[in-house]
Design a protein. Structure first.
Ligand code: NAD
Ligand code: LMR
Length: 363
């Protein structure tokens, strides 16, 4: 039996968590051989409801679930955590854009970044779900000076799955037959769902669909799907968001197979995207690391779409400047630590005459 890993979920009494926690405990996120310790975090006013969720988890008698604890503060809730899913934040209502939540939610993530820095396992992998997810992840990362920026990611997997699902329906195929879809940029209405490299059994998707439908309808359908669900349900997506969070963490921890996925990660300048922001890229994962898929050709239309969503993220970053300590700015230009923490450690070892194995990625 593997040793148990610690998983923290914030907003654990909320709607997304009510799906998410039971999937984690059932082994859907980290595999059916991985025992789990769940550390649930809420605001003090929600502790009563959270106690009820913890009771239900206990009542499921999940074989992998070794322990559940509930916390009304992130410092205790993040103690020793290996995987942190930051869901706790206000959702938007009808008529709001996700960036309207910036002021309401941003402060939560500076405090949680500090708490992760001081209390989490040094290898912690962080997924931000709470909106606006990309910029909240940036705030958390910039407030965690001892962790690598590469340990902080935000969720665009829901958009990725929407893009695949809606396309598969249009083509009359299953989602497994659709490969090479990418979401670029922000989890917002400026995101770019890119089908230029997508294929079905090797056949380019853009030769199977009408270009006017792609540019005129499909892109905006994916960009506005969250709002459409809020309008239809009266509440933001919850079960599909939970499923996407499971898939994001599972890919990161256990690897991607024959297709890439979309993850919002610190930009390292690939494809000319500005550094300093958390931007969604196509990635492949292996051995607990992710790597940006390189070498995709971009036409003028794609470049313009990617620029637009980049500009929105840069504007969001400027809006939360007061929450971004200047001393953590420089390392965002080298988010994978090639010239950062890992090399510093290597040099020390070399001075002591030790044999070291060099690595250029710690994500
Ligand atoms: P919800 O209102 O049902 O639950 C949020 C929970 O977070 C509440 O129980 C609240 O008490 C808790 N919370 C608030 N502040 C907290 C804090 N500082 N620490 C810990 N817990 C805190 O909302 P939900 O439907 O579960 O959605 C949560 C967030 O996820 C929203 O911001 C929503 O917009 C976002 N979301 C993102 C995606 C995505 O694809 N990235 C998809 C769906 C929803
Ligand atoms: C979604 O995409 O469903 C979520 O981000 C909720 C929202 O505000 O759209």
């Amino acid at each position: 039996m593997k040793p148990a890993v610690r998983v923290t979920v914030t907003g654990a009494a909320g709607n997304i968590a009510y799906s998410l926690l039971f999937k984690i405990a059932a082994g859907e996120m980290l595999g059916d051989d991985q025992p789990i310790i769940l550390q649930l975090v809420e605001i003090p006013q929600a502790m009563g409801a959270l106690r009820g969720v913890a009771m239900e988890l206990e009542d499921c008698a999940f074989p992998l679930l070794q322990q559940v604890s509930i916390h009304d503060n992130p410092e205790e809730g993040f103690k020793g955590v290996h995987y942190a899913l930051l869901v706790g934040a206000r959702p938007r209502g009808p008529g709001m854009e996700r960036k309207d939540l910036l002021e309401a939610n941003a402060a939560i993530f500076s405090g949680q970044g500090k708490a992760l820095n001081d209390f989490a396992n040094p290898d912690v992998r962080v997924l931000v779900v709470g909106n606006p997810a990309n910029t909240n992840a940036l705030i958390a990362s910039r407030n965690a000076p001892d962790l690598s920026p590469s340990q902080f990611t935000a969720m665009t997997r829901l958009d990725h799955q929407r893009a695949k699902g809606i396309l598969a329906n249009r083509l009359g195929v299953t989602v497994n037959e659709v490969k090479g879809v990418t979401i670029w940029g922000n989890h917002s209405a400026t995101q770019f769902p890119d089908l230029h490299h997508a294929n079905v059994h090797g056949e380019p998707v853009l030769s199977l669909i009408d270009g006017a439908w792609y540019k005129g309808q499909y892109i905006s359908l994916i960009q506005k799907r969250g709002a459409a669900i809020i309008n239809a349900r009266g509440a933001s997506s919850a079960a599909s968001a939970a499923q996407a969070a499971i898939n994001h963490m599972r890919s990161w921890a256990l690897g991607t197979d024959d297709d890439w996925v979309s993850m919002a990660i610190p930009s390292d300048g690939s494809y000319g995207v500005a550094t300093g922001i958390i931007y969604s890229f196509p990635v492949r994962c292996n051995y607990g690391r992710y790597e940006i898929v390189q070498g995709l050709e971009l036409n003028e239309f794609s470049r313009q779409q990617m620029k637009e969503t980049e500009q929105e993220l840069l504007a969001e970053m400027a809006d939360v400047d007061h929450l971004l300590p200047p001393e953590t700015a420089a390392r965002m230009t080298d988010p994978f630590g090639r010239a950062g923490l890992v090399n510093d450690i290597d040099e020390e070892c070399l001075r002591a005459g030790s044999i070291v194995v060099k690595t250029d990625r710690i994500c």
